[in-house]
Design a protein around this ligand. Sequence first.
Ligand SMILES: [Zn+2]
Length: 301
Amino acid sequence: MTDLHEIILGDVTVTRVEETHGPIMPADQFFPDLPEQAWKDHRDMLVPDHLGADDAMVHVAMQTWLLRSEGRTILIDTGVGNDKSRPAVAAWDHQQLDYLGNLARAGVRPEDVDLVVNTHLHVDHVGWNTRLVDGAWTPTFPNATYLMPRADFERWNPATHPDIAGGVNENVFEDSIAPVHAAGQVLLWEDSHTIDAHLRLEAAPGHTPGSSVINLASGSDRAVFAGDLLHTPLQLMEPEHNSCFCEDPVASRATRHKILGRAADHNALILPAHFAGHGALEVQRSAATFTIKQWAPFSRL
Ligand SMILES: [Zn+2]
């Protein structure tokens, strides 16, 4: 079971369930402002999990952090999904991957999931919210409450934002958000939301208006599920630099500094949405930036 990676943080068990991983975009397109020299300076750390050896393509994972906490089964982010029409990204169009098989190998059936947390509502974080059943988009997790940030829900809701069609999120509200909302399974939150005694959602705006992180505090262990706060470990050393998908550059930068700084000060494990390889890491401050203290004990893929 090479695709399963589990660690225990206090009273919470964390498992990585992968949808896929591999090259996604050329580095200079994904991070238009990040100096080419920085990729060269940190090449040994980045290749092969985060940067292609020969093609300068950024590598990322699509994955769910599966949490078991207080007897509940919780999924953080749900990847790209199968069967979806994604005109903006060819690789994601009508994708066919065995994500539910990977979830089953982690011991989870769709009906077992109590809570789904979408850190934000971009296309690659909400895909398995629904699946195609008899031609209709149906909530994949029939017994789950889905926690969604209100700011993103309103941003992509055609009812409140009729000019929003197009772009990377084309069709996403219609096939991955609205069907769950219509089923009465969506809980919208803003500012912060307490999940249980160990887990708390916190607004982390910038990448999108509703972007969020989940803070874990259990016993002496601390962690932050950081969503799309960063997409490559190079942004630890170069935290000023956003991805091309970060909608508000100033807020993205400020939020990245704030959350990473707090993680460094509290020895919190950082679990970004998209890191391949070890998937998670601890950092320490280094002047105005950060360096990697250690990678998580998740095994390498
Ligand atoms: Zn993402």
